[in-house]
Ligand binder design. Structure first.
Ligand SMILES: C[S@@+](CC[C@H](N)C(=O)[O-])C[C@H]1O[C@@H](n2cnc3c(N)ncnc32)[C@H](O)[C@@H]1O
Length: 325
């Protein structure tokens, strides 16, 4: 691809993203469901402007998200499972959460000047639900992969730190009948976790604890601490802090599992992790995508050893270590 086309492609990338989240947020995908509808019909049902809907659905059809037949539009069956909220494969919450991230990315020039995260309004309850349920959309498959690759059979008690929707705890306990788990998270998110645990019928084996992982203790006598997609939100000092607290809550010889999108030492690969680091620059005070080497160093400094790593979905890895006595 020549330079001009590469630049044009990069700078217009926002268009597909914006039109997708606009259709999601206005209910166009939910209203279409499995049906074929006209722009006027959609506009009437959703109380939208007919001309605007007509233009947007044509753009979505041009991008292959909708299929146009005569004067009706339907969702391409290949993408439908990911767009509809009640589908088991839904990514709807994650797409909704992206709207908030886009607002942060728009402020990148300011972030570059100040070195501070993008200023933002207080998170609304709807945004918080999109974020936490979006994490479920992300962690659903990777948790299945982790439970397939990590042996939890000798563990009795696991801490899912910053466990949000409880996806990992539910998956790990589902596959290991003798395992009990605690999901530790802030008050609002842990309430959503409790809903998911109840829906999975696991209240007798998974409990929730509301707390701040920077300042509260995590409990005691855990065999495993699972820390998934957390350290990328944190500075190195904050990461040391949660590793120290994790060590303190583990039995001697207990296991720490840190799952994240780790960068190679050149900090270019995987490209997704290099880009995700910008996301954390915009959205957090000190977060970034860590390299595997940096993570191992932080774990060593805080009293862990015997390391190994397991590749999982979408370029993520799980770093395994053990509490040294
Ligand atoms: C990116 S999500 C990861 C959720 C889950 N571990 C996963 O992999 O799907 C980060 C989680 O950390 C939680 N969190 C953020 N700050 C926290 C804090 N100070 N104390 C406890 N949990 C926190 C968020 O509420 C959210 O659930």
């Amino acid at each position: 691809m020549d330079g001009k086309i590469r630049v044009e492609t990069m700078v217009s990338g926002y268009r597909d993203a914006m039109v997708l989240v606009a259709a999601l947020k206005t209910g166009i995908f939910e209203s279409l469901g499995t049906a074929a509808r006209t722009p006027a019909g959609l506009a009437t049902d959703l109380n939208l402007d007919t001309r605007a809907v007509d233009i947007v659905v044509h753009a979505l059809a041009a991008s292959g998200i909708l299929i146009k037949a005569g004067d009706t539009f339907s969702i391409d069956p290949e993408v439908r499972p990911y767009l509809l909220a009640d589908s088991p494969d839904t990514m709807a919450s994650l797409l909704g959460h992206n709207v908030r991230m886009m607002a942060g990315w728009l402020q990148l020039p300011t972030v570059l000047r100040t070195g501070k995260q993008a200023p933002r309004d207080k998170t609304t309850p709807e945004e918080m639900r999109d974020f936490i349920c979006g994490m479920e959309n992300v962690s659903r498959l990777s948790s299945l992969e982790v439970v397939d690759k990590v042996d939890f059979t000798s563990a009795e008690k696991l801490l899912d730190l910053g466990g949000g929707p409880g996806t990992a705890a539910i998956t790990f306990c589902g596959a290991n009948p003798d395992l009990k788990a605690v999901v530790f998270d802030l008050e609002g998110p842990v309430g959503i976790g409790a809903e998911q645990i109840k829906a999975a019928g696991m209240e007798d084996r998974i409990t929730t604890v509301a707390g701040d992982f920077h300042t509260n203790d995590y409990g005691s006598d855990f065999d495993v601490v699972y820390i998934s997609n957390i350290i990328h939100m944190l500075s190195e000092e904050e990461t040391r802090g949660i590793f120290r607290r994790s060590r303190a809550c583990l039995k001697p010889g207990g296991q720490i599992l840190v799952k994240d999108f780790f960068l190679e030492d050149n900090r270019l690969e995987p490209a997704f992790a290099a880009q995700f680091s910008v996301n954390m620059l915009a959205m957090t005070a000190g977060g970034k995508s860590y390299t595997l080497t940096e993570t191992l160093e932080l774990l060593k400094e805080t009293g862990f050893g015997e390391f190994s790593s397991i590749p999982v979905a979408k370029g993520s890895q799980v770093v395994c270590g053990y509490r040294e006595s």
